[in-house]
Design a binder for this molecule. Structure first.
Ligand code: PLP
Length: 452
């Protein structure tokens, strides 16, 4: 095993980290993770850290989970990968059946890919091609609707739907146009508007946009209930159902991006369940394999799927895929993860943890620099502000969220903010005592950096 100094040298010399300002990173000597154990990550010096980000929002059951490890070992002894292009494989068939049985009813067809972004890309192309097969003019029916501050991944199609200025602005000239409707989760409201007026404005804009442009709209893409990368913006109850009503009225496919909220994070297996919504296309990734391997899926209704059925010469094939589509290791561990959700009663655990997090949310409310608290299921976000009454942000170069992350690391806890929004993201299966430690370390870290 190489030494920490060797690993650090190679990392700094050669690894370009995602979403990471590399100049500053080089000075920070962050941990080099070489092992995991339950809800801890272990670095090359043997130091243990609590994984407070669910390894960036994907881990479900913890690390080195015996049932998941065994499923992978068993699968490795059979085969790791074979193509899904024109060929079937065991785990992908078994998993597809499992996913269809757990998803909102009617989503009977599973298209595999590798990441959240690729699941979204597949959905966009399916929706677009679906209209073409039903006789729409592809030059005309090519507009997608998404929400303000949306995040659907980092490939160019997914970025075209995105609305987070800090991530997406630079790529503007590369993107296809999309139609934006205001997010009902906004923390900072337009000047002079009360929250009620703003929500009314969101609803009216939504209705008017669809009414005006439905002839050109190929699909409506939404992160149900919580917009994650935007800083955990939570939608008022009923918004998703309203979007479903309007999209149904105008025959617009609803694409639910549950890449982040899926697999228990909001309290139900899928967020759409909370408003009894069945989308036309459902994108899942992050938690699908319990956080073990990159695997994603786009689930489609019969209505969408059947539009692609014809003789090969009709040109209706979905010419889209990736080399590792339906990877057998990924599917095997996803299947084991689904079963563990039941046998470990993970949703019951989420219900317990949700209450603990609600109590802590009240507690954080007293802090003068906590401007807003957003919570849904086992997702907790604290928006840090310089001045609570004015909702004024800290100067960008103070990187206050990042400072708090460094303070938490001193207490052996890893968290990762989105800008100045602190995010506490326990794995859905995290035991209560571990969660308490995570929340109390977060509080200490905030008080270290911002004594109040
Ligand atoms: C993370 C995320 C994605 C992108 O998933 P990747 O696996 O990182 O490509 C898409 N949509 C949402 C809502 C996400 O949170």
């Amino acid at each position: 095993m190489p030494t920490t100094a060797e690993l650090r040298h190679w990392d700094l010399a050669h690894v370009w980290h995602p979403f990471t300002p590399m100049l500053e990173y080089a000075d920070e000597a962050t941990p080099i993770i070489v092992a995991g154990d339950g809800f801890d990550l272990i670095d090359s010096d043997g130091r243990r850290y609590l994984d407070g980000t669910s390894s960036l929002w994907c881990n479900v059951h913890g690390h080195r989970v015996p049932e998941l490890d065994q499923a992978l070992k068993d699968q490795i002894d059979r085969i790791s990968h074979s193509t899904l292009l024109g060929l079937a494989n065991g785990p992908s068939a078994e998993l597809a059946r499992e996913l269809v049985s757990r998803a909102p009813s009617g989503l009977n067809h599973v298209f595999y890919s590798d990441d959240g972004a690729t699941a979204v890309e597949a959905a966009l192309k399916m929706a677009f091609q679906y209209h073409a097969h039903r006789g729409a003019d592809p030059q005309q029916k090519n507009l997608f609707v998404s929400l303000g501050d949306a995040y659907h991944g980092d490939t160019v199609g997914a970025v075209s739907l995105g609305g987070i200025a800090a991530f997406h602005r630079i790529f503007g000239s590369l993107l296809f146009p999309s139609l934006k409707v205001p997010t009902p989760g906004a923390y900072r409201l337009p000047p002079g508007m009360s929250r009620e007026q703003y929500l009314q404005h969101c609803d009216e804009t939504l209705e008017r946009s669809l009414e005006e442009h439905h002839d050109r709209i190929a699909g409506f893409v939404i992160e149900p209930l919580v917009q994650g990368a935007a800083g955990m913006l939570t939608h008022p109850h009923g918004y998703l159902k309203r979007v479903r009503e309007l999209t149904s009225r105008y025959g617009i496919p609803l694409i639910a991006d549950e890449v982040f909220v899926g697999f228990g994070r909001t309290g139900t297996l899928f967020a759409c369940e909370q408003e009894s919504v069945v989308p036309d296309l459902l994108c899942i990734a992050k938690g699908l394999t319990g956080g073990y391997l990159p695997l994603a899926a786009t689930l489609a209704t019969d209505e969408i799927y059947n539009a692609f059925l014809d003789v090969p010469s009709a040109g209706k094939t979905f010419y889209h895929g990736h080399t590792y589509t339906g990877n057998q290791l990924g599917c095997a561990v996803a299947l084991a993860s689904c079963r563990l959700l039941d046998s470990n009663r993970v949703l019951e655990n989420v219900a317990l943890n949700q209450r603990i997090m609600q109590d802590w949310a009240e507690h954080f409310r007293d802090h003068p620099h906590v401007g807003d608290i957003r919570q849904c299921g086992v997702i907790l976000a604290l928006e840090l502000v310089l001045d609570r009454d004015r909702q004024s942000p800290f100067p960008a170069d103070s990187r206050i969220g990042h400072q708090i992350t460094l303070a938490a690391m001193q207490q052996d806890v890893l968290i990762r903010p989105v800008g100045d929004v602190l995010v506490v993201m326990p794995a859905p299966a995290m035991p209560q005592a571990v969660l308490q430690r995570l929340l109390s370390a977060t509080e200490h870290a905030i008080r270290d950096v911002l004594p109040g």
